[in-house]
Design a protein around this ligand. Structure first.
Ligand code: NAD
Ligand code: ZN
Length: 255
């Protein structure tokens, strides 16, 4: 393991353009359950007897906002009640040391921002839980925290419409701006791609890894379990995100 970490650290030290791709496994150590994989939250059905993919979908938010918001509120409370961990901090510190290091995250918890990752080098491909906005008039609204204190679903103070978070629900499109940014940066190429705590089940997560490999770049994965990309990366670090990231950073010089 130590040798493997040293190898990844060396690749990162020699590189300028680096992409860290994070998934739910990174925030698992902050106490937020992952979706699939170890400790998966939604392996079964919700207490309403429906699959989570249905209750947390765009169509259900429109047709049964109270039902969808019951689960959005659970997610929101979990995010507000937890903190970024040393893994998020290590990634933000790596971005400080490497001014061309980008983060592509599937997480909606806002922990990268809270840990100090710069907004301009952070792509939240599945959106975020804040700020809430009105589905009817698009006005930005009160904080998530305030909305969760009131009755659900929360309503717009201007027009009474239903509020929603800018998160990508099931059956919804990815945010255009995030996609454009991702593909524009991918076009410039990355020398190193590091996957952290993701099952890599989406094509736009696998693509940066496969493209970078094809172009002769270096790829690595931090995950205690095997994933769809485990056999496609140069180095697999089979461990927990927090431990491995902190260890990895200690091998990378600060100037
Ligand atoms: P995933 O749940 O599909 O996979 C999580 C991965 O993390 C698994 O491969 C698992 O082996 C790994 N893992 C578990 N514990 C780990 C640890 N301590 N260190 C490192 N890896 C660990 O997550 P995903 O790939 O991010 O995709 C799930 C979807 O659910 C995404 O769309 C995401 O938006 C959403 N989601 C977000 C959050 C969040 O914001 N924190 C939490 C759950 C789900
Ligand atoms: Zn409104």
């Amino acid at each position: 393991m130590d040798q493997a970490i040293a190898r990844v650290a060396r690749a990162i030290e020699c590189a300028e353009r680096i992409l860290v791709i994070s998934g739910a496994g990174l925030s698992a150590e902050s106490g937020l359950p992952t979706y699939r994989g170890i400790g998966g939250l939604y392996n079964g059905f919700t207490e309403d007897g429906l699959p989570i993919e249905q209750v947390l979908s765009g169509p259900v938010l429109r047709s049964q906002p109270a039902l969808c918001w019951k689960y959005l509120a659970e997610l929101g409370r979990a995010c507000l009640g937890a903190q970024p961990n040393a893994g998020h901090l290590a990634i933000a510190e790596l971005q400080r040391r490497k001014p061309q290091c980008w983060v592509l995250t599937q997480n909606i918890d806002g922990f990268h921002q809270r840990a100090g990752s710069p907004e301009e080098r952070l792509i939240c491909i599945h959106g975020a839980m804040q700020p809430l906005y009105c589905q009817s008039c698009a006005a930005e609204s009160e904080t998530l925290e305030a909305a969760l204190r009131g009755g659900l679903p929360p309503r717009c103070q201007a027009c009474g419409g239903i509020l929603r978070p800018p998160v990508v629900l099931f059956e919804e499109m990815l945010p255009e701006a995030a996609l454009e940014q991702l593909y524009s940066e991918l076009g410039k190429g990355f020398e190193v791609v590091l996957l952290v705590g993701t099952s890599a089940s989406f094509p736009y997560i696998a693509e940066p890894v496969l493209r970078t490999r094809q172009a002769g770049g270096f790829t690595a994965e931090i995950n205690p379990d095997l994933t769809l990309l485990s056999h496609s990366v140069d180095v697999r670090l089979a461990g927990r995100a927090l431990d491995v990231l902190v260890n990895l950073l200690s091998h990378i010089s600060s100037h």
